[in-house]
Design a protein around this ligand. Sequence first.
Ligand SMILES: C[S@@+](CC[C@H](N)C(=O)[O-])C[C@H]1O[C@@H](n2cnc3c(N)ncnc32)[C@H](O)[C@@H]1O
Length: 356
Amino acid sequence: MSRIVLRREGTVEFYAPDPRAYGSIYSAPVFYNPAMEKNRTLSVLFLKAYGATGLTVCEPLSGTGVRGIRYAVETGAVGRLILNDISREAVELIKKNLEVNGVDAEVYNEDANVLLHRLRDKCDVVDIDPFGSPAPFLQAGFRALREEGVICVTATDTAVLVGRYPKKCLRRYGAVMFKTPFYIEAGLRNLTGYVARVAASEDYGFEPLFAYWEGHYFRLCARAVRGARDADSNFNFIGYVEYKKPSRKVVRRPGERSLGPLWVGPMGDPILVNKMAEYGPYGDFLQLLSEEYSVAAPWFFKVPEFALGGVSRGIEEALNALKKGGIYAVRTHMAPDGFKTEVSAGEVERVLRIVI
Ligand SMILES: C[S@@+](CC[C@H](N)C(=O)[O-])C[C@H]1O[C@@H](n2cnc3c(N)ncnc32)[C@H](O)[C@@H]1O
């Protein structure tokens, strides 16, 4: 492969296809998306903050290998690194990039599912970062985990997860979704609920540690612990959200106006996310996430939902009014005019309309 250039991310240098030589990142012989740098950097921070060492980390869809190499170089958490890609050219580039960084890894050129099945019970961390949906790799991903481990997934099929293609959403994730003001959170919870159900089917209890949305993808990292009882308890957090404009409530059974099944439990660990913030960039973003994780309601509101006579307050003004009215509310990273609170829509409406 001749048209490659040296790039830098975090503290590593690596070769990737020259973006000017190929019309789009999708035409290059090996896939590298610079727009996913934030995803990779946050994942490095996550693994660092997770606090374990000597981990066996498998990235079965590696592309250039940059993600796994960054884990090895930047986190201090990796004991054994396993990289893989179905593309032979990708594997050549992975080997070159490992050499450039002086990192040791086992490198395979297999279908991810075949590799993950072969690695049964051997991994502490499995990071599934595919094109589109992670669904085809999840079952094998859990099989590759030890008794206790971490599964990370990226999903770029956000339009499917939020329900823009309802039939595909039902087919792929078994969920009924429709448009609501909080559709982004519903999509992230749809993904989380699906991963939790696959975890349960593989007898793993499941606890989201870090989950967020950024423009074109959802990202979720969760702890998984093997055991039938833990796996059963995943269903304590699987439910439906009934939406009747503007009200939302969690219901246990699906109904005419409900979305789901969704994960209706906590989306992350605020302590771990605060620790991530201490390590490096994206501090404001991580601070916001940790505040969001402290609100249990599985949705957000948008200020314009409470407009009076077509006139909406700004987000700052609305948050001040809620505070004055004794209501705890925090911003959400999912909408600039959105906020999360545990009180009902009726209560928000009453306060926003009365308090000036
Ligand atoms: C989104 S890219 C991975 C990007 C990489 N994780 C990163 O952070 O830069 C997905 C990769 O999966 C590979 N791939 C697609 N289907 C595969 C399969 N069934 N098994 C293994 N690799 C596969 C593609 O060749 C591509 O390199």
